[in-house]
Design a binder for this molecule. Structure first.
Ligand code: CTP
Length: 428
């Protein structure tokens, strides 16, 4: 066992060290063994700043979390079923406190049944060697690294390795996690682990994940710093071949995909009222196929939760329409640009930019958000039209559209001019 106290002193922020010392005090006082585990230890050894802290208690995790929370004046939220609790510190660091446990899986891909146990068994239930290390925070051996599976060696060699051959069968989410860590740290999934992934994919385990767990993993993966590399690795490992073999087969996916990062960077500089969700843009780009029937078939087989399914359907429809409207190289009037972009979600705007990486479309997007979006406001409302002697019916929509177009195109600039336009064009 290796003493990592000096590494902790040099790499961790003072606040974090203070917190871990408090954990040690509360553990001593309550005579329980507490460990910091998982990503925190991995990141410490990699010299990467850590945001979240995972603690494991040999004993009652929830009761320990409450005592700790009392001591540091934090709030806790506990989950009885999993015997875990979460603390939110003043600086918004999230601390998860778990009861050391063993896990058993009644079926592949379902959530495990858990039993309280000790740190050794808790580490043995984890995903990869690099995530299965702990540092003791109390009693004998305090601040010593516990590394039962040669995680530190794998970290040095840049390898993602599972602890046992059933790891992906127990939890197919780990397939996405393996890719995520591999690409994030520029590591390599070790050969046998790759073989386990391919076997798990072949027996269709990804499809057995619940819809929520599947989309949760996709979301985290596509929010990584290098999502395209993760997507490419998913393709290489044939992750979707049993569910949606159609995806990522055509060049246009990659043509769009590789422009998304630039489009997101551009969007960051434009005052968009709502910022795009990067993961959704990449996910949609993955699922984009030219043939509508093929798209429907894929959506059916993916069987996503209703809100995501509806969002993708609507985004696909809007994207296709916008691409058709922008197809001709002719110069568009400001009101035409408004008509195209006012229908789009921020995510579709990014896809349009990525699919048409030319100055014309870029200029339209910039003009829409910096100018037309604000200039589309009109003064007259329904009451004003009634006061002018008009009878409310569907023609009001045409009037409002004409007023808005005139505003955007700069033909009217005041309320009086709006009144004149209505009088000349709509009041006989
Ligand atoms: N873990 C696991 N199997 C999973 C999910 C998590 O074994 N399917 C374990 C790993 O030991 C992991 C720890 O739980 O390190 C915490 O999980 P999580 O917070 O999701 O991951 P981190 O390793 O902290 O990674 P990240 O930096 O992405 O937060």
């Amino acid at each position: 066992m290796k003493d990592v106290s000096s590494l902790m002193q040099t790499q961790l922020k003072a606040d974090c060290i203070d917190f871990l010392n408090t954990v040690a005090d509360v553990a001593e006082l309550n005579q329980v063994s507490v460990y910091v585990v998982g990503g925190f230890v991995r990141n410490l050894l990699l010299n990467i700043q850590n945001l979240d802290i995972d603690l494991v208690v040999e004993g009652d995790g929830i009761s320990f979390a409450n005592k700790l929370a009392e001591k540091i004046d934090a709030r806790t939220k506990s989950h009885e079923k999993f015997r875990t609790a979460t603390l939110m510190l003043q600086d918004r660091t999230k601390v998860d406190v778990a009861t050391a446990r063993t896990e058993s899986y009644s079926r592949p891909a379902v959530l495990p049944d858990i039993e309280p146990s000790n740190i050794k068994q808790d580490l043995a239930r984890r995903d990869f060697t690099i995530n299965s290390m702990a540092i003791k925070l109390s009693g004998k051996g305090i601040f010593f690294l516990i590394d039962l599976f040669e995680g530190e060696i794998d970290l040095k060699n840049g390898l993602i390795r599972v602890l046992h051959d059933q790891s992906f069968v127990d939890d197919p989410c780990r397939i996405f996690r393996a890719i995520r860590f591999e690409q994030r740290f520029e590591f390599i999934i070790e050969d046998q682990t790759q073989h386990f992934i391919r076997s798990a994919v072949k027996i269709n385990l990804i499809d057995q994940l619940s819809r929520d767990r599947f989309i949760k993993e996709i979301k985290i993966l596509l929010n990584e710093v290098a999502p395209i590399k993760c997507v490419d690795r998913m393709r290489e490992l044939s992750l979707f071949d049993t569910i949606v073999p159609e995806i990522l087969k055509e060049d246009f996916h990659w043509a769009i995909m590789k422009n998304i990062e630039g489009a997101l960077a551009l969007a960051d500089k434009i005052p968009m009222p709502k910022k795009p969700e990067a993961w959704f843009v990449y996910f949609h780009a993955m699922l984009m196929v030219k043939n509508g029937e093929v798209f429907e078939g894929m959506m059916k087989r993916l069987n996503l939760a209703k809100n995501i399914d509806m969002r993708l359907h609507s985004a696909q429809k809007c994207f296709i329409e916008a691409m058709s409207d922008l197809k001709e190289e002719k110069e568009l009037k400001p009101s035409e640009v408004y008509d195209i972009f006012s229908k789009q979600s921020p995510e579709v705007v990014i896809l349009i930019l990525a699919a048409c990486p030319n100055n014309r479309v870029k200029k339209y997007v910039e003009l829409y958000f910096t100018k037309y979006f604000a200039s589309a406001k009109i003064n007259l409302n329904g009451d004003d039209l009634i006061e002018m002697g008009m009878v409310p019916d569907s023609s009001f929509n045409d009037i409002f559209k004409a007023l808005r177009d005139a505003r955007i195109n700069g033909h009217v600039t005041s309320r009086d001019e709006e009144v004149s336009l209505v009088e000349s064009q709509f009041l006989k």
